[in-house]
Design a protein around this ligand. Sequence first.
Ligand code: ATP
Ligand code: MG
Length: 562
Amino acid sequence: MEKEPRGQTDFIREIIDEDIAKGVYKGGRVATRFPPEPNGYLHIGHAKSVCLNFGIASDYNGTCNLRLDDTDPSGESQEYVNSIIEDVRWLGFDWDDRLYYASDYFDQLYEFAVKLIKAGKAYVCSLSSEEIREYRGTLTEPGRESPYRNRSIEENLDLFSRMKAGEFPEGAHVLRAKIDMASPNIVMRDPVIYRIKKVPHYRTGEKWVIYPMYDFAHCLSDYIEKITHSICTLEFENNRALYDWFLKELTEGERPKQIEFARLNLSYTILSKRRLITLVENGYVDGWDDPRMPTVAGMRRRGYTPEAIRDFCARIGVAKKDNLVDISLLEHCVRDDLNERAKRAMAVLRPIKVIIDNYPEGKTEEILCPNHPQKPEMGKRSVPFSKIIYIEEDDFSESPPKKYKRLAPGREVRLRYAYVIKFESLVKDENTGAIKEIHSTYDKNSINSDTSEGKRVEGVIHWVSAKHAIPAEIRLYDRLFSIPDPASLGDEFTDYINPDSLRVMDNAYVEPGLSLASSKDRFQFERLGYFCLDDRYSRPDRPCFNRIVSLRDTWGKILKSD
Ligand code: ATP
Ligand code: MG
């Protein structure tokens, strides 16, 4: 049989191909799930798992469920559920009507636990959690059996139902699987499967005071949903034996299989929910959707596109060994995508006034500028030009270094899509010595020929007409951390937050057409990078733009020098 055409393969798809060839699942069925715990917002690591699970389902004409894995009430909330739903949808994936909650399975999971007790494979243990840890042994020493291990089935059933009824305080008892205290795999040494936790659940309220552990709930939730391939990250490798054990003891028919892959680690950021919560709760960032955050919400607000994120996930592929991916690859994917779709515009971040002495007072010219230099089909826009313009502070130098191609005493420069101007004089503030304005003259026959025709000068700079430009705030972002691997640090990781990760340019100007921008638009501000409107900080009279990414492509350089 010929395989479905598809973009890429990897070791997980190879396993699936083999299962299909061997007929492991009836009709070559493929069913995956993306199972986030709603205790934080999704980040780019989750996006990788989303792309993988939904991507496999689509490659094999299978299904992928969105399952909220909400079996531990502390820290879970509906706000997080809502954000997860929004983010997965925004990334471009669809679960039809298969939105599930592990908490919907609490009754079934309880029944599975009862079944395990009745089979003599689980017992109520009354050791304290410290004692349980102590009895567990180490990698080199076997564990010791709990003195409660041989309670009768009747006593276990009675105690377990009373745990459920709320008769005992937290920590008094737990339910444990009866497996093997001498197993070389510590996970198999009578793991806890239920604990008392008197914390209300955001969905089931106070109905439950006992909650199942991840290892117990996850495999059975997969089974209930008829998942075939349960893809998770490497840290669960040792837990696979337990995953299989519960299924073998409790289920029949087609069983899901767990496959582990390496989690994404990205340089200059952190992908641990706990640490991201620290950043949010302690005000290091401006919420989960702060544009510097590696969260899907943050990347969306920053202006990244779902296409760029999916492209990134495809390029990094899936591996069996942990590694650190260079964040410049993600930035490269964002640039690649935006270069195609972003309309060009002009903005000045740090304005300096330039007066064109020989330009008529009161005159305004509308200059037609292409929206994309390589894509005439994207059309043109009209940009007003007048006697006084703003240029970028660092596009002028009083004593220019060698090779400086911008405006300087005695020099000429091209204003992008407009005239060539020549420096004439400088006015400085008497007290501070700061430059107040630059006087220049223009060559009126030099219009619109910054490429080949007309007068040729070396430098081309961007500008806006002072009278027409809109005052704007522009936010420039840099990497959130100043070191490549902040994840390797302990709690002092916050000491390495990049102090320049946000710079606010609050005296910027943008061309007037940008007053019509919507938050869906993305622009390349000539020579400055890619930008989008920020809904939170924009005001009707003063738009705020986020820099999505600069134009400088360090990854492109890495590729070339290879
Ligand atoms: P954290 O380690 O920050 O607590 P988590 O892995 O516990 O995150 P979950 O909500 O359980 O977060 O994750 C949902 C799914 O996303 C899981 O299948 C998990 O394996 C996957 N996932 C989480 N982080 C990454 C990552 N960095 N790379 C790839 N997949 C990930
Ligand atoms: Mg988890």
